[in-house]
Design a protein. Structure first.
Length: 458
């Protein structure tokens, strides 16, 4: 079958769309924004076509067309792809068609969700499946199809997080193939030679425990004005510059003090009693992972490695609701202990689909402080800076913006979209990302919803 007429039609219509937006205006966007979204969905079919054509090219030995025995050279020379992108395209195609339905007899991808997946999500699936240990290879096909299904509902960042959690679970059945000290063995810090300006680039690798501390120490620098003693509006530094200044301050702080254990950082773990009870032997000490407020998951051994510093916080959770115990304060800003309770309860930004860790979030008053909202744990939630700035404190639907809210019946916190003619009373949308599900509160609530028979099957 000749696809030339179809390619000609695509080229014609793409050129027509480009012509419409030759002079971009807000009016053009307002008139076409729904179709722009649909266009993106349609263009995602290109990644499925890439898989099929790449697989076919490999079967045909397409490298011969450019005088090579390697198919990858066809994509490099004929299509102008970088070697990295060409190799990734081939890996994606090989994975997709090796996972095809063995009963279809046609070598095609068979998942209903697959054609609409973006190239970025396909690449994430390919890369993360590469981390599956050899002994768990029998689970590869099942995990692949689970990933395709999850990818349809998750953002690229959350998909990667979900896959790493899923593959770690599969690999855990074969502990001899995993090295619990792999991250420690990779630790390094390198400084290059000074450049023409006298400074130098540096790079390295932080093991999990040190990464958690570093993220906690750098977290305050997300706010303009950090370390300057001046109004935030006068701070012209970029975020990366503020993070460097915070890092430099750590170095200076170390040189100013005679102790190596100043307790500057706060790493908070949100645990259930079952988490503690599960640590019964050396295997669980090395291989269990617990989420922290920094977005870094630590094993019990990592926690012990951090044990000599003064940053221990124990958060007590209500056995029925999962809520942390708390004390209200009549202050504008959340107290440190309230923030710890927030970290333990919410664990990340509570906006649907967002997995920014707690260290990158602000304590937000759901009922505005200026409207009389108290600084109590019931009225506080975590929002990343992006979603905090977009929150409609007035709750009036202005600008098509919704707001963070609490369900009065269940206590669940989420996002309330603005009302529309079709939906004048929108329901609460909750965050279902992997990171949000890791909080002890959510795990306690899930356990409470499970029947005894369901638990036995798990």
């Amino acid at each position: 079958m000749d696809i030339r007429p179809h390619v000609d039609a695509i080229a014609q219509h793409m050129a027509a769309i480009l012509a419409v937006f030759r002079v971009p205006t807000s009016a053009l966007f307002d008139a076409n924004h729904e179709e722009i979204v649909r266009l993106e969905e349609v263009l995602n079919l290109k990644s499925a076509i890439d898989n099929a054509t790449t697989y076919a090219a490999d079967l045909a030995g397409a490298g011969q067309l450019v005088g090579s025995r390697r198919t990858v050279d066809f994509f490099i020379e004929k299509m102008g792809l970088s070697r990295r992108d060409a190799l990734q395209r081939m890996r994606n195609a090989q994975l997709a068609f090796s996972m095809a339905d063995p009963h279809s007899g046609n070598g095609r991808e068979d998942d209903d969700h697959s054609p609409t997946l973006s190239s970025e999500k396909r690449t994430i699936i390919t890369q993360e499946l590469g981390r599956l240990c050899d002994k768990a290879a029998a689970e590869k096909e099942r995990i692949y199809h689970e990933s395709i299904h999850e990818a349809a509902e998750r953002s690229p960042e959350d998909l990667r997080h979900w896959m790493r959690t899923r593959i770690r679970k599969a690999n855990a059945h074969y502990p001899t193939d995993t090295d619990p000290f792999a991250d420690i063995r990779k630790r390094r810090f390198m400084i290059q030679r000074p450049d023409a300006d006298g400074g130098a680039y540096f790079s390295g690798y932080l093991p999990r425990a040190e990464l958690a501390v570093m993220e906690s120490l750098l977290a305050p620098s997300k706010r303009p004005g950090h370390l300057l003693g001046t109004a935030a509006k006068n701070d012209k530094r970029s975020l990366t510059q503020r993070r460097f200044d915070a890092f430099a301050q750590m170095i200076r702080q170390h040189s100013w003090t005679h102790t190596q254990r100043s307790g500057l950082a706060s790493v908070v773990l949100s645990l259930t009693s079952e988490d503690v009870d599960d640590v019964t032997d050396a295997t669980s000490l090395l291989h269990h992972r617990y989420a922290t407020n920094t977005g870094v998951e630590l094993s019990p051994l990592d926690v012990l490695r951090l044990g000599s510093a003064k940053y221990h916080y124990v958060v007590v959770h209500d056995a029925d609701t999962g809520d942390p115990l708390h004390v209200g304060r009549a202050e504008r800003l959340a107290t440190p202990f309230q923030r710890i309770a927030l970290l333990a309860r919410d664990f990340c930004c509570t906006h649907p689909g967002c997995d920014q860790p707690a260290t990158q979030c602000d304590a937000h008053h759901m009922e505005s402080w200026f409207s009389g909202g108290p600084t109590d744990i019931e009225n506080l939630t975590l929002l990343c800076r992006c979603h905090h700035m977009s929150n409609n404190d007035a709750r009036n639907g202005a600008g098509n913006r919704g707001y963070a809210d609490r369900d009065p019946d269940t206590g669940t916190i989420g996002y309330r979209p603005p009302p529309t003619h079709e939906n004048p009373h929108p329901g609460l949308q909750v965050n279902t990302t992997v990171r949000a599900s890791q909080s002890a509160k959510n795990r306690i609530r899930r356990r409470k919803r499970m029947t005894p028979s369901t638990r036995l099957r798990c």
